[in-house]
Design a protein around this ligand. Structure first.
Ligand code: IMP
Ligand code: MG
Length: 182
């Protein structure tokens, strides 16, 4: 699964952020989170499916223990956000009055997280911080602060390391960026 470029349907993606860069950035994020939450007994919420690989590596690098729960929110079709958010799976543990760390794959327009963070259960937590592997700052449409950003990237669609295009591309250990159309 180590390739310089990947083809999914009609689209070509080229290698953008390599496995080793991802790994070392995750160590930095994990060290920071571990320090910030040492006495806070946080709950970690992992947003499926895209964040599964990032979350797995990030939590292994933490120096604190914490309960985790999975949440599934959907908004994307193909390479565009539909703007319509559905909560498909909710956290199965009590999060009321707890410090929450949300692990997300990418914050694009911010529609998904904005919607989720304003849902009734999330409004009853003590604090919420976002750890997102990727952030597209130019596309952000909401006032969302990513406390632990992995990489700030350009607007182009990306796949790999958990992120998909129509469900393919998630399994690659590197991140790929959509190549200019030919
Ligand atoms: P937002 O609601 O526009 O911030 O989009 C958030 C969700 O859309 C992310 O959690 C991803 O699942 C998906 N998404 C956004 N940009 C990309 C991308 O470049 N590649 C793959 N998925 C993306
Ligand atoms: Mg996602």
């Amino acid at each position: 699964m180590n390739k310089d470029s990947v083809k999914i349907e009609e689209l070509i993606f080229e290698k953008y952020i390599g496995q080793q860069n991802i790994e070392s950035r995750i160590k930095e994020l994990a060290n920071q989170i571990s320090k910030d939450y040492i006495d806070k007994d946080p709950v970690i919420l992992i947003i499926l499916k895209g964040a599964f690989m990032f979350a797995s590596d990030l939590v292994k690098a933490l120096k604190i223990d914490a309960p985790i729960a999975f949440v599934k929110v959907s908004s994307y079709q193909g390479t565009e956000s539909t703007g319509q958010i559905k909560l498909i799976m909710d956290a199965d543990i009590d999060i009321e009055n707890r410090h929450i760390i949300i692990i997300e794959d990418i914050v694009d327009t911010g529609t998904t997280l904005n919607h989720y963070m304003n849902s009734p259960r999330l409004l009853k937590t003590r604090s919420i911080a976002i750890a997102s592997l990727l952030v597209k700052p130019n596309k952000l449409q909401y006032d969302i602060k990513v406390a632990y950003p992995g990489f700030k990237i350009e607007d182009d669609f990306v796949i790999g390391y958990g992120l998909d295009y129509n469900e393919y591309g998630r399994l690659y250990p590197d991140i790929y960026q959509l190549a200019k159309e030919v």
